[in-house]
Design a protein around this ligand. Structure first.
Ligand SMILES: *[C@@H]1O[C@H](CO)[C@@H](O)[C@H](O)[C@H]1NC(C)=O
Ligand SMILES: *[C@@H]1O[C@H](CO)[C@@H](O)[C@H](O)[C@H]1NC(C)=O
Ligand SMILES: *[C@@H]1O[C@H](CO)[C@@H](O)[C@H](O)[C@H]1NC(C)=O
Ligand SMILES: *[C@@H]1O[C@H](CO)[C@@H](O)[C@H](O)[C@H]1NC(C)=O
Ligand SMILES: *[C@@H]1O[C@H](CO)[C@@H](O)[C@H](O)[C@H]1NC(C)=O
Ligand SMILES: [Ca+2]
Ligand SMILES: [Ca+2]
Length: 833
């Protein structure tokens, strides 16, 4: 007997009474809040509310379709079809109108008719409901429900999937007249949208010069509802597209639990998804979308746990074909810049445009993509792509160049129906075919770079062609493969040459000898013999027994001694009393450090312990790091008295926490100082012991943009070669112009023996050297006193304090940092932290 015919029949309409089920008006817009934003001069909201019993019934069905009955699965398919022989009526926007219900009934009966022609479908089909209509001629959005035995699931998926492919017009006979339709799209509903105890639907309508705010319930004062499915159906006038820009986006980081999906449709049809997002984005990340038609759907799905504020976005409409949303055209002149539509926000789906570049007849065209993001993970460029002279480009590229052999170049941008990305920013220039890089060096990729970047040890071309066939000078390692590398990358455990030349002859120990942590060689036999043969006890570490505690061992609160390296705050309880994991909130950052659009700018909240020290009522002069709710670490040289300002006095300072942009001080927390404690052994000639402590006049409350960094214990080891980060606004003590937005750069710890040679013996054991990883024009400069942040197991530690040297300003010159572990005991003594 067919299990379908046995037992109880599943009826979506009779269940789920206890489930919350709402369709809501959007709250009226607070026009004051909106005036602060860029965009249309006038904003407001037009909101409709539609409650239809059939929609409700189906939505309720959606809530309970997880019920399995004798291995029968309830499957939901979301779809749309284009009814070509009907005119759109305003009443179709209101699902309670007789017009809506009449047409919905017709669509449902025709869907039944379609499914009835395929035996597999007709056997399992339950019902369909129309959720909405939109213009174009009339697009119907529906949900179709099936009850499928587990074994037949794939077969049904397959047939439903193939329905989308039938492009031809179909006419169906129906007692009430026939509908003609095309462009059927169907896909299974995302299973993570099931089993939610709360479902809310919001309807939003944009008009010319009127926009609507879309925000998660409770934003920004309360967390969004748990275990819920929320949907925002956004409509614009016909012949318009919708721009949706998120000003805040703060969800749980794990997309399995909470996520937002944006669709280029009024229903959650997966073949029309634009993006799925979770985690935290700040306004710098330009999270914004644009639809291909006059509808858009935003869904928010949440699970039980989590405490996150959610999102706020502004939806506006833009007339199709207006300058904001068109792309392509004819470009002339010697040079110019163009971008994908909506750049640096996400480009619209279903878009194709063509640029024709024409330069003077004796010149050729060179095109540089400075930013290029066209969907990762599609090597064949089958979805979205940019085509240059017939060659398709997609994925993520940096500084990619293409040239033409003539004075013309054609660039085509193409996006398909689903998944969008940020697109590209391209610059074209005309060049003489005989002299492609006047006054510059031409990379193999045909990109031009400044001549002094040739043979300087840094890969500026991206393909290393500026570093081939070089004669290395004495400050460089001559790699056997012909590359030159800065001397300070020698013997740091990382193969910089690519052929290992910089890492040979490093450890001078012979075979059968043990290399101590301090570089000394001892016989293997002396390892674990309970004698401290190395001198630093490294030969007795990790021997599986308790060892006497030395400088390189971690000391627990209860006196236990650990041989494990850097055991603190790594998520593993190593001390019996757990004191190594007593870390609080330190070194974590709530903001995602995702892809950056625009140079070396840090993301807002990426370095929440970064502090800006201003001379009172004056400019930023130094950086500092927050180590508790009341204490900062900075450099001693920042707090030396000057002729005019007594910087050693707490009253000379004002302090900004949670600051991102020096021009937006009002957004930061301001504090004054109670105390300034420079290290008593600071030497202003050698910069030895260049560290100072500052106590705030009032404690700060930690929040997303204000958090302390973890202090490393005295035994913490930051090995040579480790990647660390320097951050700052780039102001110098001499008052040089700094950056407005916080800058960041990756640097690498340099072997101190090597560094000391390079810096002619000026490096003490209380100093750490680090240098930039990648050469580049955008190199940043950290502020004196600011943090050198190092990622441990999940948390960031304060490896150093910016002290002297060139930071990352000059290539080949290391920056010198105060070694924080050396001062751990002093910090504890003075601050209790
Ligand atoms: C629906 O079909 C009509 C007639 O073929 C066409 O003009 C219209 O662009 C289609 N709409 C959509 C959204 O595909
Ligand atoms: C669906 O289409 C695919 C490829 O177009 C085909 O292999 C498959 O047999 C089709 N399935 C059915 C049930 O028609
Ligand atoms: C995300 O959450 C799921 C389910 O709660 C869990 O299985 C998964 O490991 C989590 N992923 C990460 C990266 O934390
Ligand atoms: C595109 O890149 C050029 C050159 O790097 C830059 O001047 C321009 O501002 C960028 N355009 C956008 C919209 O970011
Ligand atoms: C630094 O490099 C030298 C070789 O130049 C090596 O002997 C020494 O062990 C290295 N020091 C560290 C701390 O890695
Ligand atoms: Ca170079
Ligand atoms: Ca190396």
């Amino acid at each position: 007997m067919d299990p379908m015919d046995a037992g109880m029949r599943y009826t979506p309409k009779s269940s789920g009474k206890d489930l919350e089920q709402t369709v809501q008006f959007l709250p009226a817009t607070d026009s004051k809040k909106l005036e602060k934003k860029k965009g249309p001069g006038k904003v407001g909201v037009i909101v409709g509310v539609v409650v239809s019993s059939c929609v409700l019934a189906l939505m309720t069905g959606l809530l309970v379709w997880h019920f399995h009955f004798r291995n029968i699965k309830v499957k939901m398919y979301s779809g749309s079809l284009n009814i070509t022989n009907q005119e759109f009526k305003d009443a179709y926007e209101d699902s309670s109108s007789p017009e809506f219900q009449a047409l919905a009934k017709q669509v449902a009966s025709q869907l039944r008719e379609i499914y009835s022609r395929t035996p597999k479908l007709s056997k399992y089909y339950v019902d369909s409901t129309v959720q909405a209509f939109s213009q174009g001629s009339v697009i119907a959005y529906y949900l179709s429900e099936f009850r499928v035995p587990g074994s037949q699931e794939d077969a049904v998926d397959n047939i439903m999937g193939n329905m989308s492919e039938s492009k031809s017009q179909r006419r169906l006979t129906d007692p009430q007249g026939s509908l003609l339709f095309n462009s059927v799209e169907t896909s299974a509903v995302d299973s993570r949208m099931f089993v939610k105890s709360t479902t809310k639907r919001f309807l939003a309508r944009t008009k010319p010069n009127l926009a609507t705010v879309i925000e998660s319930p409770g934003f920004p004062n309360y967390q969004y509802p748990p275990n819920a499915l929320m949907q925002w159906q956004i409509r614009a006038d016909p012949n318009n597209v919708i721009k949706l820009d998120f000003s805040t986006f703060n969800l749980e980081r794990n997309c399995t639990n909470d996520f937002v999906k944006v669709y280029d449709s009024l229903a959650a049809i997966e073949s029309r998804i634009m993006a799925e997002k979770c985690g935290n984005y700040d306004p710098n990340h330009f999270l914004g979308f644009i639809s291909s038609g006059n509808v858009m759907l935003v869904t928010l799905v949440t699970n039980e746990e989590g405490d996150f504020p959610g999102f706020r976005a502004l939806a506006t409409q833009v007339v199709k074909g207006s300058r904001d949303v068109t792309c392509g055209g004819i470009l002339t002149g010697n040079s110019g810049t163009f971008t994908s539509p909506n750049y640096p926000k996400y480009y619209p789906p279903l878009t194709k445009c063509e640029w024709n570049i024409q330069v003077a007849s004796n010149m050729n065209v060179k095109l540089l993509f400075s930013k290029f993001m066209m969907l990762k993970g599609d090597p064949q460029c089958q979805k979205d792509y940019v085509q240059v002279n017939g060659e398709k480009l997609c994925g993520e590229l940096t500084n990619t160049v293409r040239t033409s052999n003539t004075n013309q170049m054609t660039v085509i941008f193409y996006s398909d129906a689903s998944f969008v990305d940020r697109g590209f920013n391209a610059t074209f220039t005309a060049f003489e075919p005989t002299n492609p890089c006047p006054g510059k060096f031409q990379c193999k990729s045909t990109r031009c770079i400044s001549l002094d970047l040739r043979c300087d040890g840094w890969n500026d071309c991206g393909d290393s062609s500026d570093e081939r066939n070089c004669k290395c000078d004495s400050t460089m390692i001559s790699c056997r493969n012909g590359l030159c590398k800065p001397m300070f990358w020698k013997c740091d455990g990382i193969d910089d040459c690519g052929d290992g030349t910089d890492e040979i002859n490093c450890a001078s120990c012979k075979a059968g000898e043990f290399v101590c942590g301090n570089g000394k060689c001892i016989s293997e036999k002396q390892k674990c013999d309970r004698q401290n043969d190395c001198g630093d006890n490294s030969d007795e570490a990790g021997c599986g027994r308790a060892t006497p505690c030395t400088e390189s061992n971690y000391l627990c609160k209860n006196g236990q001694c650990l041989t494990k390296q850097n055991p603190e705050c790594d998520g593993v309880k190593d001390c019996e009393d757990g004191s190594d994991e007593d870390c609080g909130d330190c070194g974590t950052r709530p903001y995602k450090t995702s892809r950056i659009v625009g140079g070396q700018d840090a993301a807002e909240g990426e370095w929440p312990w970064q502090v800006s020290l201003h001379i009172k009522n004056s400019i930023h002069v130094c950086g500092a790091s927050l180590i508790s709710n009341q204490w900062l670490v900075t450099a001693a040289h920042c707090v030396q008295d000057e002729v005019k300002v007594k910087l050693s006095q707490p009253g000379s300072w004002e302090v900004y926490l949670g600051l991102h942009n020096q021009k937006q001080l009002d957004k930061a927390e301001k504090r004054y100082l109670k105390q300034v404690i420079p290290h008593p052994n600071y030497n202003e000639y050698t910069f030895d012991n260049d560290i100072a402590l500052m106590e705030l006049d009032q404690p700060v409350n930690f929040k997303d943009t204000i958090r302390p960094i973890c202090l490393p214990s005295a035994s913490y080891n930051f090995p040579a070669g480790k990647e660390v980060w320097i951050t700052g606004w780039g102001a110098t003590r001499e008052g040089g112009a700094g950056a407005t937005v916080l800058q960041k750069a990756a640097v690498r710890i340099i072997n101190s023996t090597v560094c000391n040679e390079l810096m002619t013996g000026q490096i003490t054991s209380r100093m750490t050297c680090a240098g930039i990883l990648q050469g580049g024009v955008d190199a940043c400069q950290g502020d004196s006193g600011g943090p050198l942040s190092s990622l441990g197991t999940g948390r960031l530690f304060l490896a150093g304090v910016v002290s002297w040297g060139d930071g990352c300003a000059r290539r080949n010159k290391p920056g010198i940092y105060t070694t924080v572990p050396k001062f751990r005991a002093w910090i504890k003594e003075k601050t209790g932290v």
